[in-house]
Each structure stands twice: as C-alpha cells, then as structure tokens.
Design a protein around this ligand. Structure first.
Ligand code: ASP
Ligand code: MG
Length: 418
C-alpha cells in the first residue's frame, strides 16, 4: 500500500470549516486504501499573531522562546485536524515534532532537520490510522523545540515523505498549482502541468512563493515527487481527477517535460543593492568587501565588479532587504574606509526579475530576447546574473510589473507549448 503525505497550508487550515473539509479530503484518500500522513500548517495568521505577541514583550525576542511560542500554532491545528478526522469516522492521531521525533539542529527560528524517527508513524499507519504530524517544528539534541523558518511546513512534509519513502508528497494550497508567473501580476499566466526540480528550485529562490525553497532542495536530494494542488476544490471530487490536478514537480529524466524554452518568470522585491565606488583594484578586494558580510551570516545574491579604469573599479552586490540596514552600517563603519573606496551608494528601490527554463541550456539567444524586451520598454538593467537555466536582471522596482508582463508576452508563456 502506498504511503502518501499531504501538506495543508495556513489558508487551507484557516477555519474549523476548512479543517473539516481537509478531513473529508483525507478521509477519501484513506478510504481508497492509501496510508496517509498529514502535515498541516498553523491556521492562517496564527504564526504572525504569535510572533506579534512575542514582539509586544520584547523587541528582539530570545529565539529559543520565540520557537516555543510559534510552534504552538501547528500543535493546535494538528489536534483540530485529528479531531475532525475522528468526526469523519477515521481513526487518527496527531503528534508534535518532538513526539515523532523530528530531530533538528539548534538554530532556533531556522533549524534544519537532521533525522526523522519513522517508527511511531509507521506503527500507527500499520494500525490503519491517519497520522497527523505538526509542520514547521522539531526538537534539538537538548530537547528544545525548534522551528524551521517561515513557510517551513513544506519542508516538514517533504522530509516526512522522504523518511517514509512515500510515493508522493501532495502540497495542498490556496492556488491550484505552479504558474508561469504570479497571476496577480499577469492575468494570462498559465498553470504548468509539469515542472522540473531544477526549475522549481530556481523559481523558489528567485521569488516564486509557492514552496519554501528548502523543501524543494530536500525533495530533489531525496527524490520525493511533489505535487502542488488546490485544497479549495470540492473535497469529494474523484480521486483520479485529484491525482492529475495541480503541478507535478519531477525529475527531468523521469518525465516528459513541456517543451518550452522558458518555463516561468520569477520576481522579487526582497533585494537591495550596495555599490562601492572607486575601489582600488588589487587582489583581495572582493574578499575584503564580502568576507565580513559572509562572516555576519548574511547571504549575498548578485555581484558585479566592473572593469577597472586607472586602477579603480566599482563593486556592486545585492542582499536581502531584511539585511540591508545591517550591511549598510557594516560598509559605512568599517569596509569603505578599510578598502579605501571613494563612496558607497545604497539603493533599496530595486527588484529582480528572472526568466527560468531548462531549455535555456540548449538554446541560444534567450537572454538577448530578454534584454531586447526590456529595452523596448525603456527599462534600464542595473545588474545581470546567469546560470545554466536562468537569467536574472536587477531593475528599478517601479518597473517590475511592467517587465514581468512584457517578458511573459515576449516568451509567449500564455500559450501552452505543443
Ligand atoms: N506556520 C508557519 C508559517 O506561517 C509555517 C508554515 O506555514 O509553513 O510560516
Ligand atoms: Mg506556506
């Protein structure tokens, strides 16, 4: 009998009515003979509410206590779901992360799963039960409750699916799949039936918020097939129909991919740009600038160093906007004087727009069509970065939506490839 993992996001768990619908859907899978493990998020808004309470007491809450508080959201939703399943006549039991246990490291608020003990879950499945496991949380070696970072229930679900060798991990959410881009920006955005892990990884890291990026990494590493689908359809639709809905995220070699060269357009306003002007051009400069940023545990995204003119070069990089103030201070107080840059220019009004597609590997001219499209719209490109399967540009943020719409059209993404 196949083990299937279902994950339900906050919106899907957003009210007791919705939780009852989740229970009806799960009961349908159970009745069809599947062994089902369900990983729910907290009810929508609950995690924000809990973190807000903590902030009312402390401006910078102790991360250990923050996790203690934030983890309760999933404990409540899991218990409620188990109750709703029982009301449907399904034998069900819920477990908190520490009861499974889901072991993590001790990085509070962004812990990583290190191992999952599957014995308890398996015993319950074999006894015919549906098992509900809290998303988002785990336990460290000292017995402290940890959480996996915002959106972490996706990763919990994938990790549970990997540990159980599940046949598929179904991510039920408030959208009906992964789209070529955000339909709120481009009305013609189209649902993808299949997308490769690599593309999904790029899209998740480039700003598509459908899945937490770590969950996609995890799924790739342990080869867990994922499907993103809607939890808001009638819970009683036939199983066969449900199994074909949404977007399947799979391995290139396992599936007939859609033959589009570009599969999607991702974008994010989460970036901010820092430029050091007239940095002396000598060995070790990049390290002197970025080493301390890395030491402060801040991720750097795009980097551009210009050709040097008369022994000086301009050096730009981007960081997440949340880290911007910290980095600006670090540059201003220590790095700029240390490397002898003339001045620093900091710009928060930027956005990154990226085209993604595995077809880019084998097709030339994709980036140039992107640049032409932006030129036709008179949008200035500030930075460019590329990988095998994506090209990203940094532009002024007020042009972001225009850029996304123009690119969606230029690459004909509204039409399904044949
Ligand atoms: N409840 C957590 C959050 O809001 C985890 C999740 O929903 O995936 O971030
Ligand atoms: Mg989520």
């Amino acid at each position: 009998m196949a083990i299937i993992v279902h994950k339900y996001g906050g919106t899907s768990m957003g009210s007791t009515e919705r939780i009852k619908n989740v229970a009806r859907r799960v009961a349908k899978w159970h009745a069809a003979g599947h062994q089902v493990v369900v990983v729910p998020s907290a009810m929508s808004g609950e995690t924000n509410r809990l973190i807000g309470l903590a902030r009312e007491i402390s401006a910078i809450p102790d991360p250990r206590e923050l996790d203690m508080i934030a983890a309760t959201g999933e404990q409540a939703s899991s218990g409620l779901l188990a109750l709703a399943l029982q009301a449907e006549g399904v034998d069900a039991r819920s477990y908190a992360g520490w009861q499974v246990p889901i072991h993590t490291d001790s990085s509070f608020t962004k812990a990583r799963i290190t191992a999952i003990d599957d014995a308890r879950i398996k015993a319950d499945l074999d006894a015919g039960r549906v098992v509900v496991v809290t998303g988002f949380q785990g336990v460290d070696d000292q017995g402290n409750i940890t959480t996996l970072g915002r959106g972490g229930s996706d990763t919990s679900a994938v990790a549970v699916a990997a540990a159980l060798n599940a046949q598929e991990c179904l991510i039920y959410t408030d959208v009906d799949g992964v789209y070529t881009t955000d339909p709120r920006v481009v009305a013609e955005a189209r649902r993808l039936h299949v997308v490769s892990f690599e593309e999904m990884l790029e899209m998740a890291s480039l700003g598509s918020k459908v899945l937490q990026i770590r969950s996609v990494e995890f799924a790739g590493k342990y080869r867990v097939p994922l499907r993103v689908l809607s939890s808001l359809t009638d819970p009683n639709i036939p199983l066969e129909q449900e199994m074909q809905s949404g977007t399947l995220i799979t391995f290139e070699e396992d599936a007939q991919m859609e033959s589009a060269i570009v599969s999607g357009i991702a974008f994010t306003r989460d970036e901010a740009k820092i430029t050091l002007l007239a940095v002396p051009d000598r060995p070790g400069v990049a390290f002197s600038i970025l080493g301390p940023v890395a030491d402060a545990n801040i991720d750097i995204d795009m980097i551009v160093q210009n050709q040097s003119v008369s022994g000086h070069t301009d050096f730009s990089f981007t960081v997440n906007r949340n880290d911007f103030a910290k980095v600006v201070k670090l540059m201003h107080d220590t790095i700029v004087p240390a490397v002898g840059a003339r001045e620093m220019v900091a710009d928060e009004n930027v956005a990154k727009v990226s085209i993604v597609g595995i077809g880019m590997r084998s097709h030339a001219g994709i980036a140039s069509l992107m640049f032409k499209t932006l030129a036709d719209e008179n949008i200035n490109i500030q930075m460019i970065s590329t990988s095998e399967i994506k090209t990203s540009v940094l532009i002024q943020d007020k042009y972001m939506e225009l850029a996304v719409r123009a690119l969606h059209k230029a690459f004909d993404l509204e039409t399904a490839p044949t």
